[in-house]
Ligand binder design. Structure first.
Ligand code: UD1
Ligand code: CA
Length: 484
C-alpha cells in the first residue's frame, strides 16, 4: 500500500477545495442535564465546539468547515459566528447518521469529508491531518480514528475483519455500548467519532441507514457495515494519544477534560519558559499568553484573553481576567483583576481589586484593600492602603494616602476626579467629584474636599481640633457618683 508521503497522496491533499470538515454539533446533550446546548459548555474558558473549530481551522480555511447545528442552533451560531465557518441546520436530531444526511447538499461536491464531533474537544490539528493523509494514501471509503483508552465504557466498539484468525486493518462493524452482547463488551478498541469519508460512497449508501437500534436513531457508525457490504474499504487508524479522542457526555467528563486541557496548556507554557509551581492547582485558560521567566505561584487563575509579560511574579490566590500585564510586574497574594492594564514594573496587593477599565502605570503601587474602577494611575504613583479610586485620572508621582475615597456617584450620575502630577493626598481624604486637585497640591489628612484645589496649594476640609482639659476625669467622677 502507498505511504502517506507518496506523490499521489500529496496531490490529493493539496487541493483544499476537495476537502471539507464537518463538525457534528446538533445534539442536546441530554446526559449533561443542562438547559444550554452541550457544545457551548466551556472547558479551559472556551466552548467545546470552539476548541474543535480551532483545531479544524489549522487544517482547512473556515469556508471549508461546516458545523451541523440543531438544538438551540441560533445560540450556537451566534457564539461561533466570529470564526467564519459555515452552519448546516439539522432541524430534528435523529442521530449522527441523520446529521450527515442533512448536510448532503453542503458536502456532496467535496471529494473527501472529515467528520469531527463537537463534543470531542481535545483533538489536535496534527491528528486530523494524519487521518486525512492516511485515508487518501490508502484510498479508503471510510477511515475511523480509534483508540484504546483504559476504560472503553460508553463508546462504540470497533470490530475488525479477521484474516487468518488475526485482526486486520479493515473494520467490519461498530457496535454501540447499549447493543454490546456477551464478550463484545470486552472489546477495548473504541470509535472516537472522528472519521474521513470519500463523499461519493458515503452519499451513495447513506440512505440505507436504519433506526432499528436502542435509540431509534440513524447511527453514522452503521456506515461501516453498509460500506463493507458494498465492497468498499473501511479502515481504522489508531490515535497515538487516547486523551485526544475523549468525549464529553456528562459533567464529570467535562471536568476531566477541562483538567486535561489546562494541564496541556500549563505544560506548553512551562516548555516556553514560564515557571508554574504546582500547575495542577492553577487554572490557566486556553488563550492566555505568558512571557518568559514569569513565575506563577500555586492557586492562581488566569482567565479569558489575559496576557502577562516577562519576569513577572503572580503570587497565590490571584484571579486575573482579560487583563494585560506588562513586564516585571509583582502581583502579591489575593488580587482580583478584571479588564484592566498593569504596566511594566508595577506592584499590586496583597488583596487589590482592579475593576474594569483600570490602568496602573509603570512602577505604580496599588496596595492592600485598594479598589479601582476606570481609574488611571500615572507612572510611579502610589495608593497603598484601603482606598477607593473610581472614574479617576491620576497623574505621575502622586501619593494617595490610606483610606482615600473618590466620591464618584451622586445617586444618579458618575463624576470624574482628576489628580495632577506629584499631588499628595493625606490619609482619609474624601474627594467629592467632579473635582480637580492641581499639580503638587497637598490635601490635609481627614479632609472632605468639595472644591477644586489649585496647583501647589494646601487644602484642609476638616473641623478644627478642640481640647477640653480635664474633661475625661470629670466625666468619670460624675458617672461613678451616679452608680453608687
Ligand atoms: C458517538 C458514536 C460512538 C462513539 C462516540 C465517540 C454514534 C451512533 N456513536 O456516540 O460510536 O464512540 O460518539 O465520542 O455516532 N449529534 C448531532 N445530531 C444528532 C445526534 C448527535 O449533530 O442527531 C452530534 C452531537 O451533538 C455530538 C455528536 O453528534 O456532538 C455525537 O453524538 P452523541 O450523542 O454524543 O454520540 P455518542 O453517544 O457519544
Ligand atoms: Ca458524545
Amino acid at each position: 500500500m502507498a505511504k502517506p508521503t507518496s506523490k499521489a497522496a500529496k496531490s490529493v491533499k493539496n487541493k483544499t477545495g476537495q476537502f471539507a470538515i464537518a463538525i457534528l454539533a446538533a445534539g442536546k446533550g441530554t446526559r449533561l442535564k443542562s438547559r444550554h446546548p452541550k457544545v457551548l459548555h466551556e472547558i479551559a474558558g472556551k466552548p467545546l465546539l470552539a476548541h474543535v473549530v480551532a483545531a479544524a481551522s489549522k487544517v482547512v480555511p473556515p469556508q471549508n468547515i461546516f458545523a451541523i447545528v440543531g438544538y438551540e442552533a441560533e445560540q450556537v451560531r451566534e457564539a461561533l459566528a466570529p470564526t467564519g465557518i459555515n452552519f448546516v441546520l439539522q432541524r430534528e436530531q435523529r442521530g449522527t447518521g441523520h446529521a450527515m444526511m442533512e448536510a448532503r447538499n453542503a458536502l456532496k461536491n467535496f471529494e473527501t469529508v472529515l467528520v469531527l464531533s463537537g463534543d470531542v474537544p481535545l483533538i489536535r490539528a496534527k491528528t486530523i491531518k494524519r487521518v486525512r493523509d492516511f485515508h487518501h494514501a490508502h484510498r479508503a471509503a471510510m477511515t475511523i480514528l480509534t483508540a484504546e483508552p483504559p476504560d472503553p465504557t460508553g463508546y462504540g466498539r470497533i470490530f475488525r475483519k479477521q484474516v487468518k484468525g488475526k485482526a486486520s486493518g479493515e473494520v467490519e462493524r461498530i457496535v454501540e455500548q447499549k447493543s454490546l452482547r456477551g464478550t463484545e463488551a470486552e472489546q477495548r478498541e473504541i470509535n472516537s467519532g472522528i472519521y474521513a469519508f470519500a463523499t461519493k460512497p458515503l452519499y451513495t449508501h447513506i440512505g440505507k441507514l436504519k433506526t432499528d437500534n436502542a435509540h431509534h436513531e440513524y447511527y453514522l457508525t452503521d456506515m461501516v457495515a453498509l460500506l463493507g457490504k458494498a465492497g468498499e474499504k473501511v479502515l481504522a487508524l489508531r490515535a497515538s494519544d487516547s486523551i485526544e479522542v475523549f468525549g464529553v457526555n456528562t459533567r464529570i467528563e467535562l471536568a476531566e477534560l477541562d483538567a486535561k486541557l489546562r494541564d496541556r496548556k500549563a505544560r506548553e507554557l512551562m516548555l516556553a519558559g514560564t515557571t508554574i509551581f504546582r500547575p495542577e492547582t492553577c487554572d490557566i485558560d486556553a488563550e492566555v499568553e505568558i512571557g518568559p521567566d514569569t513565575v506563577i505561584e500555586p492557586f492562581v487563575q488566569l482567565i479569558g484573553k489575559t496576557k502577562v509579560g516577562a519576569d513577572c511574579r503572580i503570587r497565590s490566590y490571584s484571579v486575573i481576567t482579560n487583563c494585560e500585564i506588562g513586564d516585571g510586574v509583582l502581583i502579591r497574594p489575593g488580587c482580583i483583576l478584571e479588564d484592566s492594564v498593569v504596566r511594566n514594573g508595577a506592584q499590586l496587593g496583597p488583596y487589590s481589586h482592579l475593576r474594569p477599565g483600570s490602568d496602573i502605570g509603570e512602577g505604580a503601587h496599588v496596595g492592600n484593600f485598594v479598589e479601582t474602577k476606570k481609574a488611571r494611575l500615572g507612572k510611579g504613583s502610589k495608593a497603598n492602603h484601603l482606598t477607593y479610586l473610581g472614574d479617576a485620572e491620576i497623574g505621575e508621582g502622586v501619593n494617595v494616602g490610606a483610606g482615600t475615597i473618590t466620591c464618584n456617584y451622586d445617586g444618579v450620575n458618575k463624576h470624574g476626579t482628576t489628580i495632577e502630577d506629584s499631588a499628595f493626598i493625606g490619609s482619609d481624604a474624601t474627594l467629592v467629584a467632579p473635582i480637580r486637585i492641581g499639580k503638587g497640591a497637598y490635601i490635609g489628612a481627614g479632609s472632605c474636599i468639595t472644591e477644586d484645589v489649585p496647583a501647589d496649594a494646601l487644602a484642609l476640609g476638616r473641623g478644627r481640633q478642640v481640647i477640653k482639659e480635664g474633661w475625661a476625669s470629670e466625666r468619670r467622677a460624675k458617672l461613678n457618683k451616679a452608680s453608687k
